[in-house]
Design a protein. Structure first.
Length: 306
């Protein structure tokens, strides 16, 4: 379990760092805190130029430190607990762990969905304050003169707790937990379906077998991430809007999840829930592909060490 947690955490860090520029553009598009007129819709190219103009090239990686602090524990829990929950489901479905392993760890889609969803909820519950801090850092563009509203993840947590109370660290936790179940469930469930219909082929050369399995994980992970991202995006938009309320420079206020849905729809229409969805799809496919590929590679190469 320890090895799987370390491998999962490192895989998440690699993927997040590689795709953080796309994530920053997506977050600004989603929250609307990009310095333009209220409700204005900017294209990904316009947002990219705005970031460079206001914060420089490093602005594309704003919040990456918060990302990494959050991602390592989150992804270590997601991947290791998914393996654990899959093992439990496999034991119940096949009758014993031995039979489950003899069948290459295959599970029906519903059980793959359940294991992934439970893993996502476990990780989200354990690391939510870090996710909120990351959302506030990356979901706002710097003010005039490049002045930033928050200075790092620790500062964000402390300022939020001091100015809004400790409970504010859990703003948006409801849609996060509700979204974690279908998001991770769809992601891991899609990977499970693809593994079932395209089983890995055994090769004589050890290196060839590793490379082949990693390639499969990269392709399946990318497909799973894109599918989950499309289907759960509206819920993620609500989550980000709830996280930003009460933060510096934000005037919107909502009385819970459904009030946020109602006010956002009344003011901007259905399109507002999908703002930034295109860049999210472009981001999610390589992000999850790198996650699954890195996890598989690290897991195989560290098998004999700990």
């Amino acid at each position: 379990m320890t090895r799987r947690m370390v491998c999962g955490g490192l895989a998440g860090m690699i993927a997040k760092t590689a795709t953080n520029p796309l994530d920053r553009i997506r977050m600004l598009s989603q929250t609307g805190e990009h310095g333009a007129a209220s409700g204005a819709k900017l294209t990904p190219i316009q947002l990219y130029r705005s970031i460079i103009q206001n914060e420089g090239i490093l602005g594309l990686w704003a919040g990456n430190g918060a990302n990494l602090l959050r991602v390592f524990p989150a992804k270590s829990i997601v991947f290791s607990s998914n393996d654990f929950y899959r093992g439990c489901c496999g034991h119940l479905y096949w009758g014993s762990t031995e039979v489950y392993l003899e069948n290459s760890g295959q599970l029906p889609w519903a059980l793959s969905f359940l294991a992934g969803g439970m893993a996502g909820m476990s990780a989200s519950a354990a690391t939510y304050p870090l996710d909120l801090a990351r959302g506030r850092i990356t979901g706002k563009l710097a003010g005039p003169g490049g002045k930033k509203h928050y200075k790092g993840i620790i500062n964000t947590v402390l300022v939020t707790a001091r100015e809004e109370g400790v409970r504010a660290l859990y703003k948006g936790v409801t849609p996060t937990l509700l979204g974690a179940m279908p998001y991770e469930g769809i992601k891991f469930g899609t990977v499970g379906i693809l593994e079932r219909y395209f089983p890995k082929k055994e090769k004589d050369v050890e290196g060839g077998a590793i490379a082949s399995n990693v390639t499969r994980k990269v392709m399946f992970g990318g497909a799973g991430g894109a599918t989950a991202g499309i289907l759960t995006y509206p819920n993620d938009t609500i989550r980000r809007l709830l996280q930003l309320q009460g933060s510096k420079g934000t005037t919107e206020h909502y009385n819970g999840y459904w009030d946020c849905v109602r006010k956002t729809y009344a003011k901007y229409g259905l399109e507002r829930f999908y703002r930034g969805a295109f860049i999210n799809i472009i981001r999610m496919a390589p992000n999850t592909a790198i996650q699954f590929g890195s996890y598989e590679l690290l897991k195989q190469y560290t098998a004999g060490y700990f």
